[in-house]
Design a protein. Structure first.
Length: 401
């Protein structure tokens, strides 16, 4: 339907041009005199040029978009180059070229440009998109439009060229420090969970309450006439599982930025990290380390979106079985609620090592209700840490009370 209306509009403008030529000619014939004929001859070149534009094959133009790289960091500038070429020398008064991209970039409206090619067969223009927002952005088509000086005749052509760019979330440099284990009673056991490698016994010692029956060394117990157990090599666990709140909120980008920052800091420390997020889809990354894990997590954080119908407390309620008990659990949210505090308290009672990071915007603090909830959480041995955008490096400073 739209194509039919555009075609009808072009036909109507062509008819209008002929009518104008006939009217000006009739005026000159009947009125006579220098002024009327001067008006006719002055209008005639524009009219003839309009007729030539109407018959000019716009497919003679080729348009190409050049993007120099396809991965960016948020707030980084992107430089795009548009090349226009053609085969003929027919004079063109103007060319309007417009680059079409995803809605997140559309408000910047930087890809529209009017050029005056004249007789030139090739044109190039560049434009810059500043402060790229996080996410995946699609450039899908280029629109080319030519016309006459009077604006009576216009022709356009759409060139399909799909390019995708990925913008990673902004991150801040920070140093990760393992948090102490706090349980419901508020006690501290150690800065890191201690695990025993039961595949390698390095000695024997006297039996202690809590030792497993399978650890008993029967031969040594018989020789010493006392219960002896195997002593295993101990290693400290640096495993962290991050659970990110994807509930729709104006602080969501700050949450994503903090998740990216802390992920980089943990992996840089040599620890291992996993991620759980539920937006439109449920996504869970197992706990791993290394550069490949960082790339996977940052790629996901670049594309993650908000979810309208699920809170972080509901995520914990549904996904608690997916949280490894031997790993520290870090919850990243922008809003502290009573339901979340109660759910974290339940996890702490199950011997989970949980910390809650509440992310706010620049120069923002916790609301009065959130301060009350954080004080209530502290009494139950739950760590609630407030971090504000631009000051992520202070995340492991002090606990909010």
């Amino acid at each position: 339907m739209k194509r039919f209306l555009r075609k009808l509009n072009r036909i109507w403008k062509l008819i209008l041009l002929f009518l104008l030529i006939a009217m000006v000619f009739s005026y000159a014939m009947f009125q006579g005199g220098f002024v009327s004929w001067f008006l006719f001859y002055s209008f005639l070149p524009f009219a003839l040029y309009g007729l030539l534009i109407a018959g000019y094959p716009i497919r003679d133009w080729q348009v190409k978009r050049k993007i120099h790289k396809y991965e960016y960091s948020a707030t980084e500038e992107m430089h795009i180059e548009i090349e226009l070429t053609r085969n003929t020398f027919f004079p063109i008064f103007y060319v309007m070229v417009e680059d079409s991209f995803s809605s997140a970039l559309e408000e910047k409206n930087m890809g529209k440009k009017m050029l005056m090619p004249g007789f030139r067969r090739s044109l190039t223009y560049k434009y810059t998109v500043k402060e790229l927002p996080r996410g995946e952005h699609i450039f899908d088509q280029l629109l080319l439009q030519i016309g006459d000086p009077l604006g009576l005749i216009e022709k356009e052509k759409v060139y399909i060229q799909v390019d995708r760019i990925l913008v990673y979330p902004p991150f801040e440099e920070m140093v990760y420090k393992p948090l102490e284990n706090h349980y419901e009673q508020g006690m501290t056991s150690s800065k890191e969970r201690v695990q025993r490698d039961t595949t390698m016994a390095v000695g024997i010692r006297e039996y202690q309450p809590g030792d497993r029956f399978s650890w008993i060394n029967w031969k040594a117990s018989a020789r010493r006439n006392n219960m002896m157990t195997k002593e295993f090599e101990q290693k400290q666990s640096h495993d962290i599982m991050i659970v990110m709140d994807c509930e729709e909120n104006n602080r969501f980008d700050a949450v994503v930025s903090f998740a990216a920052s802390i992920t980089r800091a943990i992996l840089k420390k040599g620890a291992q990290v996993g991620l759980l997020s539920i937006d439109v889809d449920r996504t869970i990354f197992p706990i791993r380390g290394g550069e490949s894990q960082q790339q996977l997590l940052l790629y996901h954080l670049a594309k993650v979106r908000t979810a309208k119908d699920i809170t972080l407390a509901e995520v914990l309620d549904n996904e608690s079985s997916q949280l490894p008990q031997q790993a520290a659990v870090m919850l990243i949210t922008s809003k502290l609620t009573r339901e979340l505090v109660e759910k974290v308290g339940w996890l702490s009672s199950k011997r989970y090592n949980v910390a809650v990071f509440v992310v706010t915007g620049k120069k923002e603090g916790l609301s009065s209700d959130e301060k009350t909830l954080s004080a209530f959480a502290a009494k139950r041995g739950i760590r609630v840490l407030h971090v504000s955008e631009g000051r992520f490096k202070e995340a492991f400073g002090e606990v909010v009370a």
